[in-house]
Design a binder for this molecule. Structure first.
Ligand code: BGC
Ligand code: CA
Length: 348
């Protein structure tokens, strides 16, 4: 009997203490500051040696640091898929096991995002794809999938306009004076949304602007400078000084083409004119020193900035309604034409 009384008293005291404890924690109905959150981003890139992407990711990390709110910690792990989709899928799996709460994925094969989508969905971790665009059907498979990139067609049209304007202003481009421009195109990886669309739109825009073209060849150099040097060397062996214009799907391949001419000690007056796309640091330098006639800015700054802002909002569970997402999923940054006249606006 006595023992029972003591137990009841003890229980009442315990309840009182518990009530006091709860009241102190929740400040009697006031909201208390939430515990600091952590932004843990996992990034996988198709090839870490890609110039455009390494420049973009350096900006992304800076932006992430600058935009992370006070009291929030962030970590960013970047993994290299080394051009193998399976390696990329494995990296995603490890990043998810490591507790990342947002994934930024630059696909190796843009038609093969299924495993990554499945893994992310199971872990309920949102995915921002960037630069290599999955088909719409894949992006619609879950409401936490996004894409940040640019409109490939626009870059092709701009490159074609730059080249047409240059030919109109410099009669000497037509070195053999046959009224046609003998040209070559260097293409990025087959299957990449930026390869075919850039080529087709650049060439068609030149034709629309009244330039007569004579195609000497197309070569695939997979966005890569060394491969472009190799391909263009072979073209020089085949065509000698007949090539008057080289359109490259990106700056790296344009620079590789220029290197092929330099290596063969071709007389300056026998060089074709070169156009790239990207406006990477070495690409802009080539425009400044005049070895490349022009390029098209692939807004790495804008894309990095948007990706950092979206990453933070997703990690902190913030509202996206004012973020300007097209169809709730897409951000496309505009391209800009760059010539020697305005290149200074892009070099700082
Ligand atoms: C860029 C290339 C880059 C490629 C990688 C393109 O948008 O213009 O320079 O190599 O993306 O996916
Ligand atoms: Ca000609």
């Amino acid at each position: 009997m006595n023992n029972q009384k003591i137990n009841v008293k003890k229980l009442i005291w315990q309840l009182v203490l518990l009530t006091l404890l709860i009241a102190s924690v929740f400040g009697c109905g006031q909201t208390v500051a939430e515990a600091p959150k952590n932004i843990n981003v996992g990034v996988v890139v198709y090839d870490q040696n890609d110039t455009f992407l390494s420049e973009m990711l350096a900006k992304f990390k800076d932006d992430l640091k600058a935009k992370t709110p006070e009291g929030v910690t962030f970590t960013c792990t970047v993994r290299d898929a080394a051009n193998a989709q399976q390696t990329e899928d494995n990296a995603v799996s490890e990043l998810l096991d490591g507790g990342c709460n947002v994934l930024c994925i630059n696909l190796v094969d843009r038609t093969a995002p299924s495993d990554i989508i499945q893994l992310a969905k199971e872990a309920n971790v949102p995915v921002i794809f960037f630069n290599r665009e999955p088909v719409e059907e894949d992006l619609m498979r879950w409401d936490r999938l996004y894409y940040i990139g640019a409109d490939a067609k626009q870059s092709g049209v701009y490159q074609g306009e730059l080249a047409a304007e240059f030919c109109a202003a410099h009669e000497g481009v037509d070195r053999n004076r046959d009224g046609k421009i003998q040209y070559v195109v260097l293409e990025g990886q087959p299957g990449h949304q930026d390869a075919i669309l850039r080529t087709d739109n650049a060439v068609n825009t030149m034709l629309d602007q009244g330039v007569s073209l004579d195609k000497l060849g197309y070569r695939i150099a997979n966005w890569n400078r060394a491969q472009a040097t190799n391909q263009v060397s072979q073209l020089i062996d085949q065509f000698g000084s007949a090539i008057e214009l080289i359109l490259a799907n990106n700056d790296e391949m344009a620079l590789g083409a220029i290197a092929a001419y330099d290596q063969k000690n071709i007389t300056a007056t026998d060089y074709p004119v070169f156009f790239g796309i990207d406006g990477t640091t070495p690409g802009l330098e080539a425009v400044v020193n005049g070895s490349m006639a022009g390029t098209v800015y692939n807004d790495q700054k804008g894309q990095a900035d948007a990706m950092a802002a979206l990453t933070i909002r997703l990690a902190l569970g913030q509202d996206l309604s004012d973020f300007g997402l097209i169809n709730g999923k897409y951000i496309y940054k505009d391209y800009y034409k760059i010539t020697r006249q305005n290149v200074k606006n892009f070099t700082s």
